[in-house]
Design a protein around this ligand. Sequence first.
Ligand code: EPU
Length: 453
Amino acid sequence: MNTQEFATLSAASVGMTADAIRVRGGKPIHGRLQMKGAKNLVTKAMVASLLGHTPSELRSVPEISDVKVVRGLLEVYGVVVDLDGDTLRLDPSNVERAHETSINAHAGSSRIPILFCGPLLHRLGEAFIPDLGGCRIGDRPIDFHLEVLRNFGAQVEKLPSGIWMTAPNGLRGTKISLPYPSVGATEQVLLTAVMAKGKTELKGAAVEPEIMDLIAILQKMGAVIQVDTDRTIRIQGVERLEGYSHRALFDRNEAASWACAALATGGDVFLEGASQPEMTTFLNVYRKAGGKFEVHDDGIRFWHPGGDLKPVVVETDVHPGFMTDWQQPLVVALAKANGISIVHETVYEQRFGFTDALVKMGAYIQIHTECLGSHACRFGQRNYEHSAVIAGPVDLHGADITVPDLRGGFSHFVAALTADGESTIKNVGIIARGYERFLEKMQTLGVDFDVIG
Ligand code: EPU
């Protein structure tokens, strides 16, 4: 499926009837939005249900197309999935083999299929992974995942259509040290080790809040997982896991995105369900940039207090650092700040492609291959354009934009909100992969827009 086809599918699958919107910018956004479960937890929690002998229940599930893709895949394997409001019930009692063509047909452009490997090897003794998609924000290899699975005893065969895996002797606990604290590879270890024979020790683990929430789910299922302070996770494999009942952690990426939209447009939003501990690093940067926030029991209010925004120097990093998924909407707000800001992207090597459209709209942004932060990252001296210098304040003007990826796409939308005049945003369905009820939320916030097509 190409990007255009996927965008259309994404749009259709979440009730968006068109693939382009026309936005008339220049107005602050105001309103109250509800934050549902995190895309980057909910999809993994759905995969974890495969490990249970009894049904699982997941609450606060967002209406996003990634959830639909994972649901389709689970159904291909015989999991009975029922959605009631925002509660998903997943019954894996009759997990069965699936054909390559049905798996390919349902995988869409999600990267989640790679995480089915451990659970499927435990349940069926085999797994097939189609060619993986996801946002084009770097090479996004799966070498850590394959190495992890081989360590547990999986036999991996690469075919033109995808990757076949078997585990003729079952999966056994092992010692693994990740070269980089990868979120996906850490989840791969967790979802495989919980039912592998014996103990597993993972060093260099990612410890993002979404991973901690996945650990909470696995523990509810009966897993034995210990998290040490030095990025070491120890897992004692068990023979049987049960289903879980869990309310998903809120989507802090969505919350940061709307918070930046309020900052960039001079607006004021209350994000119901957002909580402080998972956003501490973001809140510090928001405050340094001149944004105001107020933490309530039921959410966080974010607003622009008036006057000039201030420039900041930010480096993206793994948790507890500043998330890579937060930088794109922040960059738009920084284009409005009075002075020179620097953003050093250290997680993905190619995540500034979205700035081309911002420059077209009048932003002053230069991208450099050097590490312009306080430490050299793995992308320095390797020709990767991974540091941005943003000079402001500038007035953005409307433009025709085609959304390149999820977070970049949201930042284009924010730019269109702040711009004078009209912008046309195409491929807008990609945004629906990760932003629930996107059009409805725009309406709630008073955005002046219409859907085209
Ligand atoms: N990496 C490898 N080899 C691997 C796996 C990762 O070199 O086998 C590299 C990646 O290329 C990247 C770095 O390690 O440079 C970190 O990648 P990671 O594995 O942590 O990312 P991921 O699991 O593929 C998840 C989120 C991303 C989020 C990152 C970082 C999901 C579905 N995706 O990706 O979210 O940016 O962690 O926090 O959970 C998004 O929501 O828009 C998004 C891209």
